[in-house]
Design a protein around this ligand. Structure first.
Ligand SMILES: N[C@@H](CCC(=O)N[C@@H](CS)C(=O)NCC(=O)O)C(=O)O
Length: 227
């Protein structure tokens, strides 16, 4: 059975949605990043990047959320758009745009908005600007379509959903108003039973929610004092 290494955060959510949509049997293995479990030697052997998610499929190990989506989609022939160059090219482009733009800039915008120590104005401005710029591109793209590629529900939509969930942390609750098409997309995917099951995974384990010193040290090791 598939082993899915999970924490309730944006990148694992993408894979949770695929697994729930596909009905593939899997075991959820919690990795409590607030307790530093992502840094254990055992987990690093699965994901050398020490982040969630990761997937073990028999002898195959896959890390990085969009790589896992592609792996599962190709292996099981599910949630890939029509196999024409002009369509698949769109899938690869948007998948990488989400992996290299939406995710990292949104993540850093969250970090500087909520967690970074002062002074942070320059960095906050830089990442909030880039997050807005990337999400505007998505919003304009979704203005004329239901799904990201070819009007088919694909892994690109799953990759996007993982991060749309974090929208209020990136921009605040008022942020939705500037991205109406992203909001409609979010409501549309949330209405799917698989999305609700993917969201409910977080309740299967008592993940730590406190932001105490242990959590800060686990998530921001650059701040840990070196004696
Ligand atoms: N590029 C990676 C990024 C993974 C990532 O940053 N995961 C976050 C959760 S969304 C994490 O595990 N954070 C814990 C940490 O940074 O220590 C992917 O898409 O899987």
């Amino acid at each position: 059975m598939l082993k899915f290494y999970y924490h309730p955060s944006p990148n694992p959510a993408k894979v949770a949605l695929f697994l729930e949509e596909s009905g593939l049997p899997y075991e959820m293995v919690p990795v409590d990043t607030a307790r530093g479990e992502q840094h254990s030697a055992a987990y690093r052997a699965i994901n050398p990047n020490g982040k969630t998610p990761a997937l073990v499929d028999g002898d195959a190990t896959v890390f990085d959320s969009n790589a896992i989506l592609l792996y599962l989609a190709v292996r099981h022939g599910k949630f890939l758009p029509e196999n024409r160059p002009e369509v698949r090219s769109q899938m690869y482009s948007w998948l990488m745009f989400i992996a290299t733009g939406i995710g990292p800039f949104s993540g850093q915008a969250v970090h500087f908005r909520h967690f970074a120590p002062e002074p942070k104005d320059y960095a906050l401005n830089r990442y909030a600007f880039e997050a807005r710029r990337h999400w505007k591109i998505i919003d304009e793209h979704l203005a004329t379509r239901t799904f990201m590629v070819n009007e088919e529900y694909t892994i690109v939509d799953m990759a996007l959903w993982g991060w749309v969930r974090a929208f209020p942390y990136v921009f605040g609750d008022a942020g939705w108003a500037d991205y109406p098409h992203v909001k409609s997309f979010f409501d549309r995917i949330n209405a799917r039973p698989a999305a609700q099951r993917a969201e409910a995974l977080k309740d299967l384990h008592a993940f730590k929610t406190a932001y105490d010193q242990e959590t800060l040290d686990a998530l921001y090791p650059q701040n840990v004092a070196v004696e």
